[in-house]
Design a protein. Sequence first.
Length: 506
Amino acid sequence: MTTRLAGAAAPLAFALLASSAAAQDVPAANATFYWQTIAHDQLATIAARDDAGPMLGAVIVVKDQATLDSEIAAAKDLPLQGRTVLVKDNIETREWPTTAGSLALKDNATGRDAPLIARLRKAGGVVLGKTNLSEWANIRSSNSVSGWSGVGGLTRNPYATDRNACGSSSGSGAAVAAGMAWAAIGTETDGSVTCPASVNGLVGLKPTVGLVSRTYVVPISSTQDTPGPLARSVADAALLLNAIAGPDPADKATARAAAHITDFTAGLDTASLQGKRIGVLRKYIGNDPRVAKLFDTAVADLKRAGATVVEIDYEMPKAMGDNELPVMLYELRGGLGAYLKGSPANIPVRSLADVIAFDKAHARDEMRWFGQELFEQAEKVTAAKYRKDHAANLRLAGPEGIDRLLGKYNVSLLIAPTVGPAWTTDLVNGDHYNGTIGATSLAAIAGYPHLTVPMGAAEGLPVGLSFIGAKWSDHALLMAGAAYERARTATLARPTFKPWAPTPNQ
């Protein structure tokens, strides 16, 4: 069933997918042939661009062509009709081990589907393979290299292969941008869907926490974790969300999901910004003039489409940032331990302490580039500190943060740039992104939805526009994002599959 392809077949999937809007209806009689043809080319693209050529390092494992053909044929009459989806390798699928990028979990073959994957298959989505990620979803070290894992190595950005694909859903973002799948599923705790989507020129949605199940997903934070779609259009992301959203008795955060399930694609093709009041988080534009110029163009596009733009004076309280890491680390210790204890696979680790010991014993392979000081900190966070910081952050980000801003300024959503252009990857010194750009943490800490949509490129490097809304406003954000897509005047870049080089006369 499983293969890693070799060779340099000419990739066509990028062009095919670019001309294939997700919401378009492929006639049922032709659906099997159509999606099989695209899947064949995706396999060729993986061979040419992931295993050879620029060696993007986005995909860890894929199915063979015969298995894909069979599964696509079986999905003919289902909503997704056999569209291929790559899955971040911290989400369990029955076919392969789920490693979270760590050699400690290389044999974590549980034979289970996470409930969100079971939903995906039921809707006619075909799991094409697993994608690389920042190891342990980037919670091991504060000096990490995003997109690197002991299992998958380094993922490269297809727009500039010497630049970072961002993490932790780096492989999911790079693979879809390179035309290796129709869409992908990532996970986010704080920025891990929206940042890879932004720097890889994609749409990415971090849903409301509780809209998508986290069962059998290697955890960090029960407060902030959520899977979400990365896709080439808002319509694609909404269609994938339709498939994976829903309640799960094993995940108490999803208890209210059923009340908020809808057809997330409904109305996207006619969505309008006319009369919408949109709040601009001006302080999160950051200090990069190129990003500011792109954002000003996006704001002008929103105004031309009929929106009223309201300037908002807001800065996240310092306490909120200070509190976030201890909350995540405390939840990591308990949540990861429970996951490891519950795995039916023969794995050498059953607690966070076991993982720390494993990394020390395998330091040459696991800790050459960065350490595990965050893991070690997690062993020391007290329950009392956790309760205090957790309660404060939920209040500061939700009722006193997003909710207050939406009410005070009478706006339906908030916007800001998502993150700056991709930074150069540096295995020696770690990540060095521009931390002045974006309000990702506000939505992440609140557990509220955050959508990013491409708004242009700086020096050929994509930059996304963030839409942040109230809890359970996922559909409203998708509607606004779809309306913006149609109103957008900026020219979007295309992947070069080469190291970055300056564009003449820019």
